[in-house]
Design a protein around this ligand. Structure first.
Ligand code: SAH
Length: 345
């Protein structure tokens, strides 16, 4: 199967352009229009011959997203976007403004089949994988709408990125490519619930991205109660894959740990988590769980959270508590899309 034109690498584009009877150098121009200047249609690509633009339009329609809804937080300047894909499927993306630059959180699939108990994105199951161009367009559309440069991209929206492996890697390469937005791979984070074989494969891609592992529990038993994927891969296997990733890439892993009141937030949990993080020099990111209507998980109290963090610090683990952003606008994964879908029904 061939990819759509916006998912093609520059090399593939060169061949495609030549197949259309044009000179190879047109490929770089076309690539620049799509991926650096973020042109929305061929009409704007003014230095390309008119008949070439016409042929492109007939043979290679450009993938675009349609903005369905935008919400801006009154608390911070976080904005949440709901986009419609060409086939009507909906995905959501988030734009966050930080002192050091703007960050975009994108979705990698429409729906998700991982089934994590606390997550809204998976409640309606998996619909389909997103194309590289559909992941890129989330970043591009937001750049066009806000008029501001994006410096960081996190693949932490709806979907399991490593369950859409080939499209993800292609997306990462296009996003960081010199002729495109050229976002530094060090400023890109991919978050996974822990698909062991794909984590190992990713380690071998020669990329400098940050891998974040959604750990959420430090024993197999607790992890299984929160995440079905833990039935497939044990913590031992997962930690071995993390060690392999660290060894191959030299990049420290981030452990994401959503604190759920009374479930995984005891000092003993913190000690077990320290023991997992220590040998990997992993960074631990504590996230207050964002309760969703469909489940009765609740946040850890302030004291439990502080005690948990102190316990990690005592063990010299590099730990941060994630600043919550956009909580007033359905900030947690999949909440906006889900609310929109149920309102439509
Ligand atoms: N599938 C990937 C990426 C998407 S989820 C993964 O599992 O990592 C992005 C992060 O948000 C994950 O760490 C996920 O566990 C977390 N998350 C999902 N629902 C949440 C909720 N209700 N509260 C807090 N964190 C949540």
């Amino acid at each position: 199967m061939g990819y759509d034109i916006k998912s093609m690498t520059l090399e593939e584009l060169k061949r495609g352009v030549e197949d259309l009877g044009e000179k190879g150098f047109r490929a770089a121009q076309l690539y620049g229009w799509m991926h650096a200047k973020l042109a929305e249609d061929y009409d704007r690509m003014t230095n390309l011959p008119g008949d070439f633009r016409k042929r492109l339009l007939d043979t290679h329609p450009l993938i675009r997203l349609e903005l369905v809804k935008m919400q801006e937080s009154a608390l911070d300047q976080t904005r949440k976007f709901l986009f419609s894909l060409g086939d009507g499927n909906l995905v959501e993306s988030v734009w966050m403004k930080y002192k050091h630059g703007n960050s975009v959180c994108i979705s990698s699939q429409a729906g998700c089949r991982m089934g994590c108990r606390f997550c809204a994105s998976t409640l309606d199951g998996w619909v389909r994988n997103l194309l590289p161009s559909e992941m890129l367009e989330q970043v591009y559309s937001i750049t066009r709408i806000t008029g501001e440069r994006v410096s960081n991209v996190v693949v932490m929206g709806t979907g399991e990125p490593l369950d859409n492996y080939d499209n993800l890697v292609r997306f990462l390469q296009l996003l960081s490519s010199e002729g495109g937005l050229h976002i530094s791979q060090r400023n890109i984070t991919v978050s996974t619930c822990g698909l062991v074989p794909q984590m190992r494969r990713l380690a071998e891609e020669g990329m400098q991205i940050t891998l974040a592992l959604s750990l959420h529990a430090a024993t197999d038993e607790k992890r299984r109660s929160l995440m079905p994927i833990a039935e497939r891969w044990s913590l031992d296997e997962l930690m071995e894959a993390c060690a392999y990733y660290f060894e191959k890439t030299g990049r420290r892993i981030t452990f994401e740990y959503a604190l759920v009141g009374g479930i995984n937030d005891s000092p003993a949990d913190a000690r077990r988590l320290s023991a997992l993080a220590k040998p990997l020099a992993a960074h631990v990111n504590l996230i207050p769980v964002n309760p969703i209507r469909e489940r009765d998980y609740r946040e850890s109290g302030r004291l439990a959270t502080e005690t948990f963090k102190k316990e990690l610090e005592k063990n010299r683990i590099n730990v941060t508590i994630r600043r919550e952003m956009g909580r007033d606008i359905d900030g947690a994964c999949g909440q906006l899309r889900r609310r929109h879908l149920s309102e439509e029904r």
